[in-house]
Write a protein that binds this ligand. Sequence first.
Ligand SMILES: O=P(O)(O)O[C@H]1O[C@H](CO)[C@@H](O)[C@H]1O
Ligand SMILES: O=c1cc[nH]c(=O)[nH]1
Length: 237
Amino acid sequence: MSLHLEAKLGEIAETVLITGDPLRARHFAKHLQNAFCYNHIRGMEGYTGLYKGKRISIQGTGMGIPSTALYLHELICDYNIKCVIRVGTAGALQPTLKLGQIVLAHQAMTDSGVVQHYHKTTGDYPEANQDLLQQARVCSKESGIVLHEGTIFSTDLFYAEESNRYQTMVSKGVLAIEMETSMVYAMAKYFSVKALSLLTISDHILSGEALAAEERELKTTEMLTLALEVALRNEHK
Ligand SMILES: O=P(O)(O)O[C@H]1O[C@H](CO)[C@@H](O)[C@H]1O
Ligand SMILES: O=c1cc[nH]c(=O)[nH]1
């Protein structure tokens, strides 16, 4: 048991899928066999079950870097997890991206002041684990689920008032914006844990179009399938 998770030692698998919405974790857990809920503290549900015979956990983290960093710290330092795959949603920044498409985040820029606590170098950005990136490409090819690969941006501020806020990101070719990946990649590297982030486009920053809540659940299932296949093939070294 840790401060915010009541799972017994051994109840959380070495590979954990994380997602902002704890109800999405509950929904995703329906894709596992024999899944059980190991955490109810603060309603931040977490489940462990089997996918094609492999133990996998799915944990809600809440929105944003502070909440995600707290759960990820406890998962790594108190429950010894070895691999984390974020399955989240993001806003598209490039006109070529369509609602429901999936982004594979190579690296994540950020405006957060706390990521530097774990990512101490300047001039580069926290990156995905290369083995997991490669596995995601293989799974994408085999399943026919298309991935859009590139840089994303993790922000601390969902709503911002400047009209030109996204201009630089768009012109630099940043694919999408969300609120956690930069810290997930930075912490994972710091603690020698593997990390990958898959993001379903839930809205379009440029056009304002957005998926309805029920559509969002439907569209995120493809991303979940891909994440489970990556998790299945991942070996801990
Ligand atoms: O769908 P999730 O994983 O919550 O991710 C995105 O959605 C939330 C904002 O609506 C932020 O957490 C953002 O990163
Ligand atoms: O952080 C996020 C997540 C989804 N869509 C956005 O526009 N921002």
